[in-house]
Design a protein around this ligand. Structure first.
Ligand SMILES: *[C@@H]1O[C@H](CO)[C@@H](O)[C@H](O)[C@H]1NC(C)=O
Ligand SMILES: *[C@@H]1O[C@H](CO)[C@@H](O)[C@H](O)[C@H]1NC(C)=O
Length: 260
């Protein structure tokens, strides 16, 4: 395998908020000691997604649906995909319909494993692209949209526990994502600066070959999803005490004194 340089930068800043001090009504508490923990936790995470849809202004969480991302920059050298791209004023709709399939929490590390399905996502924005996808040189700038359907996403979130104001919190330190999609439609307007015949035939070709196109974009998409997720998860869990979610969470501080 060839060495690939992949850089994704994303602008998505949230401000620092006052964390929850009492359990909000949308949070369902589960006990790790409960043999039915996984079912409880799946329902709890589903309720979280429902609450996150319109956003939680009290902890400065912007809406998840529609999700607004001011800027995404992608730089990938070498290989079948060779892209220097920018996406601006991005609006992502569809995450409000996320269905939580599995939610598990490791009994020792508390790392989360979550599997979700999103029936339909639409990503719209302004693109500026220079590169190659499936060996086709692509140049252009203009409006674009992408519509992946039946997306299933496996997420492993690494967490560390820490204490603040006598509460224990999850510090989400990394998110690892694997996804599958059942279909992809896309349109990039003004490809080749609007040479119509070339623009239409290229869009038609990319749609007809959506499977290899999406495979070639996998590293870029995975990294982008991971970056968005980690920003969201950090903002949420720095403000939502861990024991509101897991009632019997065990945390031992460095001094060695046990806290429950
Ligand atoms: C969605 O994808 C999953 C596998 O990734 C598949 O089992 C399921 O049947 C698909 N659903 C639809 C509606 O296409
Ligand atoms: C969260 O983890 C990161 C990486 O390990 C660390 O730099 C940061 O200080 C931690 N934040 C808190 C509040 O513990």
């Amino acid at each position: 395998m060839q060495f690939q340089l992949l850089i994704v930068t994303m602008v998505l800043h949230f401000s620092t908020a006052e964390h929850y001090k009492t359990k909000p009504s949308f949070v369902k508490t589960c006990l790790k000691s409960d043999p039915e923990f996984d079912e409880c936790s799946r329902d709890a995470v589903q309720q979280l997604f429902v609450a996150l849809g319109p956003g939680l202004p009290e902890i400065d969480m912007p809406p998840l649906d529609p999700l607004k991302i001011p800027k995404i920059r992608i730089l990938q050298g070498e290989g079948p995909v060779n892209v220097n791209a920018a996406l601006d004023d991005v609006t992502v709709t569809g995450f409000g319909k996320t269905e939580v399939l599995i939610s598990q929490v490791d009994g020792k590390t508390y790392n989360f494993y979550t599997k979700v399905r999103v029936p339909k996502i639409r990503i719209e924005g302004t693109y500026d692209l220079k590169g190659k996808i499936l060996l086709i040189p692509l140049v252009g700038r203009g409006n674009c949209w992408f519509e992946p359907t039946n997306m299933t996403i496996d997420i492993v979130s690494d967490v560390k526990l820490y204490e603040k104001d006598d509460f224990v919190f999850f510090n989400v330190t990394a998110a690892h994502v694997k996804y599958n999609i059942g279909g992809l439609k896309l349109r990039m307007n003004n490809l080749f600066d609007g040479i119509d015949s070339l623009e239409d035939s290229t869009n038609a070709y990319l749609n007809a070959n959506w499977r290899p196109v999406s495979e070639s974009l996998r590293p870029i998409l995975s990294k982008t999803i991971e970056d968005i997720l980690i920003t969201f998860l950090q903002q949420l869990f720095h403000n939502l005490p861990a024991n509101f979610m897991i009632g019997d969470v065990k945390y031992s501080s460095k001094k060695g004194d046990k806290k429950v």
